[in-house]
Design a protein around this ligand. Structure first.
Ligand code: ADP
Length: 290
């Protein structure tokens, strides 16, 4: 009589084989289903990314149009207030002068916000041109000093520009760098009731340079340090609320620093002051030989 082994696998082995084949089949079916699910998820993610891109583009375009359209009426308000304050159309009473000055001041703040929005929209749409050139740090500092002289109205605060030590000539976009530093300095002056705002530059070992704006002002609580460089981010404290702007300046500064190949940062302690810094490469890529 033929044994089991001669005619094929024994019954229980055969059953085990069939079972494992069925299991393998079930597993394959399950895997195929999962695969189909993953593919569908990918397609959905792609569609969402596309929608997000479109939404960002639409937002940037809307911001750009809106800010552009706002400029003409704001400028005409500013010109009319200037004419009124120059008494071109006759004298003003003391009260009228106060009110017109108030309109002028608000129109200027509005114009600043519109400029920030327009810049931000341009950066987001990738439409900001970088125009690098060789320049000396001292020249940038003295231009900034000149710009801030007329707005230094608080005698209790000193604005100090440290003489840059061993900082080589830079090859970058000086107007973008100046815009970042202007944002840091005007914030520092706004939030420093008394003491000092100190601007300095330090050459780092890896061909980078760090600019710092240190103030002895009200400082910023640690929970805001991470979000402060994001769009529309503002700190919730009485003074910071009273002097609120758009919350766009620091976000714009961060994006400009990234365009220059660098980054921004902050150290701050409430009640002691803040140091905002930007670190950028001394030379943007492809710098020509001096
Ligand atoms: P804003 O137009 O509101 O000034 P920013 O993006 O420039 O927008 O700043 C965001 C917020 O960060 C400010 O509203 C303020 O609350 C806080 N901030 C910025 N710089 C300082 C500083 N040097 N000291 C204290 N708070 C600051």
């Amino acid at each position: 009589m033929a044994s089991d082994s001669a005619s094929g696998p024994p019954q229980d082995l055969q059953a085990a084989l069939e079972r494992s084949q069925q299991e393998a089949h079930a597993l394959r079916t399950e895997l195929e289903e999962t695969n189909r699910g993953v593919l569908a998820l990918y397609a959905e993610l792609d569609a969402q990314a596309d929608q997000l891109r479109q939404a960002t583009e639409l937002k940037s375009r809307f911001l750009a149009y809106m800010s552009h359209e706002f400029r003409t009426p704001i400028n005409s308000i500013r010109s009319i207030t200037r004419l009124l304050l120059d008494r071109v159309d006759g004298p003003l009473t003391e009260e009228q002068e106060k009110q017109v000055s108030f309109i002028q001041q608000n129109a200027s703040e509005f114009a600043e916000m519109v400029d920030d929005l327009l810049d931000l929209a341009k950066v987001e749409a990738g439409r900001v041109e970088i125009s690098p050139a060789w320049f000396e740090m001292v020249d940038l500092f003295s231009a900034l000093r000149g710009m801030f002289k007329p707005v230094l109205t608080n005698p209790a605060v000193n604005l100090v520009f440290e003489e840059p030590q061993d900082v080589p000539r830079l090859y970058t976009d000086d107007r973008k760098l100046s815009q970042i530093l202007r944002n840091f300095i005007s914030n520092a002056l706004k939030f420093t009731p008394r003491g000092e705002v100190r601007v300095s530059a330090k050459f780092e070992s890896d061909e980078r340079v760090t600019f710092s704006v240190a103030d002895s002002g009200i400082g910023i609580a640690p929970e805001f340090h991470r979000t402060i460089f994001e769009d529309f981010s503002q700190v919730q404290s009485p003074l910071q609320k009273r002097l609120r702007g758009t919350g766009l300046g620091l976000s714009l500064s961060r994006k400009l620093a990234e365009l220059l190949g660098g980054s921004v940062g902050l150290t701050s302690e409430p009640g002691k002051g803040s140091v905002f810094h930007v670190t950028i490469p001394v030379r943007l890529q492809d710098a020509p030989v001096e």
